[in-house]
Design a protein around this ligand. Sequence first.
Ligand code: AMP
Ligand code: MG
Length: 403
Amino acid sequence: MRTNLSVEEALEVVLEAAQGKLPVEELPLKEAFGRVLAEDLASLVDHPDQDDTAIDGYACRSEDTLGASLERPVRLKVIGESPAGRPFPGEVGRGEAVALYTGAPIPKGADAVVRVEDTRRKGDEVLLFAPASPKDIRPKGDDLRRGEVYLRRGDLLTPGRLGLAAAMGHPRLRVFRRPRVGVLSTGDEVVEPGEPLPYGGVYNSNAYSLMGLVLEAGGEPVLLGKVPDEPEAVLAKLEEAGPLDLLLTSGGVSMGEYDVVRKVLERHGEVVFWKVRQQPGGPLLFARLGGLPVLGLPGNPVSSMVTFFLYGRPFLFRLLGRTDPPYGRMRARALTPFKGAKGKKVFRRGVLSVAEGTVRSTGNQSSGVLRSMAFGNALVVLPPDQDASEGEEVEVIPLTFVP
Ligand code: AMP
Ligand code: MG
């Protein structure tokens, strides 16, 4: 077992374990939002499928409209009209025009369009107050070219990409099955909300904050409830958990007599590392139980969330083969001081203003104060042995997960 790893070393070990191949499933478009593509997708069509108009106006021969102006309008004969989806079947000859609506193909014979704002219709004639120009013609394949790959294996299906897949003509998509992530809370004092709180009890918040983080990272949470601090109970629960790609436990990984998660995993699995030089989340443990990777998260509500975010989320991204990074980084000016820690990398909770480029503390930074994660939107990263004073530039990891 390795111990006292740096954050970077610990992350490397966790990522190395994200090896398994997730099965692929095929879903209709309407069920594929938020999933990750398991195949490269080429367009089945050109879009537009022929030259079309980007505006409402009149298609004609540009040579007929040279010099057209308010004072000297050009008069053309309107021989037909073409809404989007109903191409004009004929040809535009000299002195003729066809009324076009956005998305309609450019009729044969025409090489330019005059915008409707520069015209006046008079019965079956139209007056043009400006010369026709080809600039509002969208050439065939301007947006998508048939056979070209626009979406790749590992791409998260965001709203824009889901629309793009549809525009390319694909009704069903091959995506990776969501990784199944077990969430198990431990602790004699832990009680489900809705039950009366005994003296010294605490409601099980970790199960629900972790559930949200798992969903946000593209996983499928499997809520396993809670077990007391008894080795047999923990072991029994781990064994009945069913097929999982990752197991999260919370609590029971510190130094104490009752820290049974660590003891059970030492005895029945293989603890790969225990303790990382970071705050919060120092007692983090990573183990294997049979083939199953286990992240033993510390029980404090902030610690369990921060350690999942820093290790569990990247694990799931790697397992899914995602092409986007699990989180971004930026720099911001501290509006309040942030306290570092001796020999440890520190992740304080902050309120980040992207517009202002500033970050301030959420207040009480104790790892038991969950409000810092409920109302903070960023982690402020301090290298070991370094405080940040007001006005200083600090590294920030935003916690809103816009892809
Ligand atoms: P532990 O890591 O087991 O020593 O727990 C550290 C702190 O986190 C203790 O104050 C626990 O009561 C608290 N805690 C542990 N599990 C949970 C949980 N599921 N929900 C909320 N708080 C918890
Ligand atoms: Mg405990």
